[in-house]
Design a protein around this ligand. Structure first.
Ligand SMILES: Cc1cc2nc3c(=O)[nH]c(=O)nc-3n(C[C@H](O)[C@H](O)[C@H](O)COP(=O)(O)OP(=O)(O)OC[C@H]3O[C@@H](n4cnc5c(N)ncnc54)[C@H](O)[C@@H]3O)c2cc1C
Length: 393
């Protein structure tokens, strides 16, 4: 299906490069990735095409382009069957490069950005804890400052993607207890740590959805960090993470739209070829209407995602960017998952066979309704900040 009614010459060229790379990796490849294989060749192709440096400044080897371009690249990869690409991009490029660009010092940027751009460096980000999910200020991981200026970090993190492969990990830890901080959103500091250090023990989680990265629970026991390992300003870590949250949501949203498109494409193909009574099932309105409905919803969601990304790139008021990003994430994750549900229904019993990959897409897009940032939290934000209603929690 043609999903690009209007596009610039530059985006057309980028899209064709994405399609060219994606055509080298079939469903079988992505199923192997899902089973634990790191997509080495795919990642290198992305690096060679310059895609890993899309949002990185040219002085560090990147393309110096914007989030809107990166959102478009993510969506097109997902639409061309590269399942889970948005998670790879979020974990490595958003958590890594976007955070460093926004809050890293010159030394940190020089040290890490080129490696992220050329695909040699892998990243992870540890915020979530067993007792602190959406309520991040409740985190218990603590970095105790010592007399010699170092910090000793203890705590537990949960649902941390890609730690096994990561060379560096962004770790959020309290440096002041919540009850002693001026505000409970203050007193958290971001540290850049070595996830392979002996003081960080990892346990793989048994996950029921397809993800290209493995998921871990971490026990951190006496990790020693230096002052130079701090990213940005001590105590202000949660505010700095807000710089990463909108790009994270928009790249996740773009992935959901892309997978929704991919699933609908396959549903349409299947419906045109499947004959149950007389003629193909694609001729039935009961099949056509849900597909047409989701196709139009995906288009609407994409407009919101691109608008939010454009606002981010043009440095609009961060509150306004957050408002549109939350709406975009909500619409994209719902539309993306519903599109895969329609595609699944169109495939009948075959929809449940891994051979058609639609069931993998259905499971993968379901994640987008929960993370990064659940649909409920998107609605909370819209109600409170956009519609000026009382905070409900
Ligand atoms: C595959 C996967 C990969 C992940 N990767 C990472 C990673 O790399 N790094 C990292 O730090 N984290 C990661 N996460 C964690 C993810 O960001 C959290 O799961 C997510 O933030 C939700 O937190 P939680 O699971 O504790 O849910 P909770 O905060 O416990 O929420 C549970 C439910 O209650 C609802 N809820 C909570 N509060 C409210 C409210 N006030 N109003 C209405 N509803 C509410 C939520 O919407 C949700 O449906 C990952 C998670 C998954 C599943």
């Amino acid at each position: 299906m043609d999903f690009n009614f209007v596009e610039s010459d530059e985006h057309k060229m980028i899209r064709e490069t994405v399609e060219d790379i994606a055509s080298d990796y079939d469903d079988e490849y992505w199923q192997e990735v899902e089973s634990g294989m790191w997509p080495e060749e795919f990642w290198q192709d992305c690096a060679d095409a310059g895609f890993l440096g899309t949002v990185v400044s040219e002085e560090y080897g990147g393309q110096g382009m914007g989030l809107e371009d990166f959102a478009m690249i993510t969506e097109e990869f997902a639409a061309n069957g590269c399942l889970g690409v948005e998670m790879l991009f979020v974990v490595n490029i958003v958590f890594g490069a976007v955070t460093l660009e926004a809050n890293g010092n010159e030394e940190q940027k020089e040290e890490y950005l080129p490696g992220l751009v050329d695909g040699e460096l892998n990243w992870a980000m540890a915020l979530t804890e067993p007792n602190a999910g959406h309520n991040a200020p409740e985190m218990e991981t603590f970095a105790e400052e010592q007399d010699d200026g170092t910090f000793v970090i203890d705590g537990t993190k949960q649902w941390i993607s890609g730690v096994d492969k990561a060379d560096r990990m962004l770790l959020a830890a309290r440096t002041t207890p919540a009850e002693e901080a001026t505000k409970r959103t203050m007193g958290v500091t971001l540290f850049l740590v070595d996830p392979q250090d002996d003081a960080i023990e990892r346990r793989e989680l048994d996950v029921g959805i397809p993800t290209p990265e493995r998921q871990y629970e971490l026990s951190i026991d006496g990790y020693v960090a230096d002052e130079e390992d701090i990213i940005g300003t001590k105590e202000m870590g949660l505010y700095q993470l807000f710089d990463t949250v909108n790009p994270e949501r928009l790249i996740g949203a773009s992935g959901a739209i892309g997978v929704g498109r991919c699933a609908l494409d396959r549903g349409i193909d299947y419906a045109k070829n499947r004959e149950v009574f007389d003629g193909p099932i694609a001729a039935y309105q009961g099949i056509q209407h849900p597909i047409a409905e989701k196709y139009s919803e995906l288009h609407g969601a994409r407009e919101l995602v691109r608008k939010a990304a454009r606002m981010h790139d043009n440095e609009y008021d961060p509150k306004k960017v957050a408002e549109v990003s939350n709406m975009a994430k909500l619409r994209a994750s719902e539309a993306g998952h519903e599109a895969t549900d329609v595609a699944l229904q169109t495939h009948g019993g075959n929809g449940f066979s891994r051979e058609y990959a639609v069931i993998e897409m259905w499971k993968g897009t379901r994640l987008a309704k929960t993370a990064p940032g659940s649909s409920e939290m998107m609605k909370n934000f819209i109600a409170e900040h956009t519609l000026d209603m009382p905070r409900s929690y």
